[in-house]
Design a protein around this ligand. Structure first.
Ligand SMILES: [Zn+2]
Length: 628
């Protein structure tokens, strides 16, 4: 079956060109070619195909992301909307109920970034899909057939067996969006996006061989010599053969001739899937080293230097704002400036509602008590805001990507330089700070993102610290409180950072199964991956008033041709539309959390919580409307 060109002799740019060929095979072609007895469901989104069909006598549910096709009128973009993701959850419910395997085909630039999807709870639903794929009690197979872009792809990709076509790409962010952020300066100085794409691809490492290396897929399937657009039949046969073989191991034929999943198979798959996803983003030789590492506890020496830290931090912010104003270099995250009426001692924050007395502003942790607009807080201030004084004890303060996977893999070049520099000035050695603390005398586990650390973004070490914080919370039965402000997945770590979304959501399933309370606080700015993963999985959701929350960063959204509506992309709107339960002031956050922490500690919880169906039942599903 192997032909020239396999395995993977092409560079990223060549594969990118093949993947973007407008005649490349689409999900609809693959589905029509691979399955018999197809009946299509009434999907609410042209970018999502949902169907039922058989292969080699095995009935499957089928989900496919459909990109626009050359020469055909179509509303499909491949970018699934919030309605589409809600529908995916419905299909998974149905698959679990009927014990039918689900086969997913991934081909997308990413999830839809329109304001309609934002209103529909895009990030919440993508996060739910990732969790649901992680825990759903049926067998799962997935194929990346074209392009896997960010959380929108990951939402359908976690499976018991996963494959990629040889030339397909799986990336933490669409390459063009990466260029708009990383190579902004080059673009403003006249270069075209196309000129910067090859460099972005080198950083993003989206090739199948690397995705396999970090455990996110099991196999790479060959394409015709010049790519899958050249010969659909070849590609269809390849996928058909792979799927038939995969399912063959899982099914048993009844006397009636019907082929069903083997008894007890699903329980085994779910256990293995959990372990597999918790190792996502790790290299095989480092997993062993990692499991031997014990959770380390330390009292942090920098904890009492709040004021000094703030001044330094604030100077940085002012500098960034200044640079942005002068057009020197735009930054994705920061837009905070303030006016100070020195005589009256009144403050006004940019975008805020008006002047307020300075003391009120400081007492509310550097935010306007009326509208919530304010400055970003340091880790020390976040800890101070919710913990009893001097009770925070950090765990895993020294866990770094260097220690996790060695120098040679990601910890080199410019990234190493930036990391080393950042580590020197930051609270911890990664963007997530975790530890135990007391909240009104009751023990908790607290995790806080550090905006100073690559904008609160996550990579492999962040994800591992998150998992260890969960393990620590489960072991001690302490409720876990998360305070999140994050720019999303750290592009410098490529797919390894994307993988953390699945890993962290899987860890949260552990937390929920163990009956441990998880309180999630969203502060600003929170965009991208953290928002579309762990930050939206709280048993109770809190938002700090006036905080920016958006599925994709502003530059990505405008780059995709959408307007950003500031009334929509804020925590106040999340509260109005019922996506979060509590909208709080910074000053009042501690007491709001204490209410639940107290209830939790006063109750006797069952040792294990039984999870059936969706983890978050309060989210409204769309009405299932299947047409056969
Ligand atoms: Zn205000």
């Amino acid at each position: 079956m192997k032909k020239d060109g396999f395995p993977l002799k092409r560079n990223y740019k060549e594969r990118y060109d093949i993947t973007r060929n407008s005649s490349r095979i689409r999900s609809s072609d693959v589905i029509a070619g691979v399955f018999d007895n197809l009946s299509y469901f009434d999907s609410p989104d042209p970018s999502l195909i949902a169907a039922k069909g058989t292969i080699d006598g095995v009935e499957c549910y089928i989900l496919g992301q459909e990109k626009r096709r050359q020469g055909k009128e179509s509303l499909a973009t491949g970018m699934i909307t919030s309605k589409g993701f809600a529908y995916v959850l419905d299909v998974l419910d149905l698959a679990e109920k009927n014990q039918i395997p689900v086969v997913s085909f991934i081909d997308t630039f990413g999830g839809d970034t329109s304001m309609e999807s934002e209103i529909g709870g895009q990030s919440f639903l993508i996060s739910d899909c990732i969790s649901r794929y992680g825990g759903v009690k049926t067998a799962l197979v997935s194929y990346v057939i074209g392009e896997g872009g960010s959380g929108g792809a990951l939402a359908l990709q976690v499976a018991d067996k996963s494959y990629m076509l040889e030339n397909s790409l799986y990336s933490v962010i669409a390459p063009e969006s990466c260029c708009r952020i990383i190579f902004h300066r080059r673009l403003t100085s006249g270069e075209n996006i196309e000129d910067t794409v090859p460099d972005a691809l080198e950083m993003l490492r989206p090739g199948a061989e690397h995705i396999k290396e970090i455990g996110m897929i099991d196999g790479i399937l060959p394409e015709p010599i010049n790519g899958a657009h050249e010969n659909y039949e070849f590609t269809i046969d390849t996928i058909k053969e792979s799927l038939t073989l995969t399912l063959k191991d899982w099914v048993v034929e009844l006397k009636t001739g019907e082929k069903v999943l083997k008894p007890k198979l699903v329980d085994k798959l779910v256990v293995e899937r959990r372990q597999r996803v918790l190792n996502y983003g790790m290299f095989e030789d480092t997993i062993d080293k990692l499991t031997k590492r014990k959770i380390m506890k330390s009292v942090h020496e920098k904890i009492n230097t709040v004021d000094i830290e703030r001044e330094e931090f604030y100077t940085q912010l002012l500098m960034k704002a200044h640079m942005e104003e002068k057009g020197i270099e735009e930054t994705e995250l920061f837009e905070c400036t303030k006016e100070w009426d020195v005589d009256k001692n009144l403050f006004k924050v940019k975008g805020g509602c008006g002047f307020v007395p300075y003391q009120q502003y400081v007492d509310n942790y550097y935010a306007c008590p009326k509208c919530g607009k304010g400055e970003y807080l340091t880790v020390e201030e976040q800890i101070d805001k919710v913990c009893d004084p001097n009770t925070f004890e950090e765990i895993e303060s020294d866990l770094t990507i260097h220690k996790l996977i060695g120098k040679e893999r990601y910890y080199f070049g410019q990234y190493q330089k930036s990391l080393d520099k950042t580590t020197e000035t930051c609270f911890s050695k990664e963007g997530l700070v975790a530890g135990s603390a007391k909240l009104n005398g009751k023990p908790i586990v607290l995790i806080v993102t550090d905006l100073k650390f690559f904008g609160g973004s996550f990579g492999a070490a962040f994800g591992e610290k998150f998992k260890r914080a969960v393990d620590f919370a489960v072991k001690n039965k302490f409720p876990m409180v998360s305070i999140c402000a994050s720019g999303g997945a750290r592009m410098n770590e490529g797919p390894m950072s994307l993988a953390q979304m699945a890993k962290m959501n899987m860890a949260i399933l552990d937390l929920k199964k163990a009956g441990v309370l998880y309180l999630s606080v969203i502060t600003g700015p929170t965009t991208g991956g953290a928002y579309a993963s762990y930050a939206t999985q709280g048993d109770v959701m809190f938002g700090e008033r006036g905080s920016l929350v958006e599925f994709a960063g502003p530059r990505v959204v405008t780059g995709a041709g959408f307007e950003v509506d500031k009334e929509i992309v804020c925590t106040d709107n999340l509260h109005e539309t019922g996506k979060i339960q509590h909208l709080v002031d910074r000053k009042g956050l501690k007491e709001s959390l204490a209410y639940y922490v107290n209830i939790y500690h006063d109750m006797t919880f069952p040792a294990e919580r039984k999870i059936t169906g969706r983890v978050n039942d309060f989210r409204k599903p769309v009405e299932p409307n299947f047409v056969s």
